[in-house]
Design a protein around this ligand. Structure first.
Ligand SMILES: C[S@@+](CC[C@H](N)C(=O)[O-])C[C@H]1O[C@@H](n2cnc3c(N)ncnc32)[C@H](O)[C@@H]1O
Length: 285
């Protein structure tokens, strides 16, 4: 399956769900309005949205490959923050790593649990699953690698990010590395809102909308099945507004928090709407 045209990073998910936005984002808002009472509007990581998110998760994409390659350089356990249903956790386990997968959403972790149940016992035995908040966790151990992929840093506000950096520093082994990806608006002259059809691993085709004016400090992602049941049954519509972070400001934030950037790697081709950068950081000595 190819990567979805829009990174499905959404705002903070809580086990109890959250308040999705129904902001009038032209195409997507019109689509929701057409569904009327049939629309079951939810977030991407709650009980209704998590299965759709998981269906679209990709495992063979530039980000996953870059993170696996980066981790390969040093042995030892990996802490996968905002692990979700295991997009990085599972390939890491498959390479023989011990992985701690931390996520706030019980619904996303339940999907990870299902995948682990189907995995060989040797893989399952190397995975520790933790339901916790990445902005304040205390696991009582350290890791040579801590990952925060899928540009999930944008799910935290500034206080949350400060808490995350403190927690990360407390869990990095001597010489350990914190790897994170960041999403910016690329140079393409796409319209403010894009619409794409994407196919999930289970064969379902979805409509995926993204409303992101070039200078906006947030973008809105909306996902729903393309084919609607003929009867009047409900239709799940995941829609969330996600903050957009400014990379230079973020780099300053990391520096004042005690994390030095040792490399920056662009993971997306030039000229695309989504510019994804992999930052490698270490505790400042
Ligand atoms: C974009 S998904 C990424 C999931 C997974 N890494 C992947 O690539 O498929 C973001 C994840 O962050 C989780 N999340 C949101 N806020 C969180 C928080 N404060 N602490 C931990 N996890 C959080 C969500 O539940 C969701 O699983």
């Amino acid at each position: 399956m190819s990567a979805p045209a829009v990174p499905l990073t959404a705002p903070e998910a809580t086990p109890a769900g959250h308040t999705p936005t129904t902001a009038a984002t032209t195409l997507a808002a019109r689509r929701i309005a057409e569904l009327g009472d049939r629309a079951r509007v939810c977030g991407l990581y709650d009980a209704l949205g998590a299965p759709l998110y998981h269906d679209l998760a990709t495992y063979d994409d530039p980000e996953t490959r870059a993170l696996l390659t980066a981790v390969r350089a040093t042995p030892g356990p990996v802490l996968d923050l905002a692990a979700g249903s295991g997009r990085f956790t599972l390939p890491l386990l498959a390479t023989g790593r011990e992985v701690t997968a931390l996520d706030l959403s019980a619904d996303m972790l339940a999907l990870l649990g299902t995948q682990l149940d189907r995995a060989p016992a040797s893989m399952r035995g190397r995975c520790t699953v933790v339901q916790d908040d990445m902005s304040r966790f205390a696991l009582g151990r350290t890791f040579p690698h801590i990952l925060l992929g899928t540009t999930s840093l944008s799910l935290l506000d500034q206080d949350g990010r400060m808490g995350l950096y403190r927690s990360v520093l407390a869990h990095l082994s001597e010489g350990g590395r914190f790897l994170l990806t960041v999403l910016e608006r690329g140079d393409s002259d796409d319209p403010d809102e894009t619409a794409a059809e994407v196919t999930g691993a289970g064969g379902t085709v979805y409509e995926l909308y993204e409303h992101w004016p070039a200078s906006a400090d947030s973008r809105t992602v909306t996902l729903l099945p393309a084919a609607l049941p003929q009867d009047d049954s409900p239709v799940t519509v995941c829609t969330d507004r996600v903050a957009v972070l400014d990379l230079p400001r973020l780099e300053e934030e990391l520096a004042v928090s005690g994390l030095s950037i040792t490399s920056r790697r662009l993971l997306s081709p030039p000229g695309e709407r989504h510019r994804v950068t992999l930052l490698t950081t270490e505790a400042t000595r």
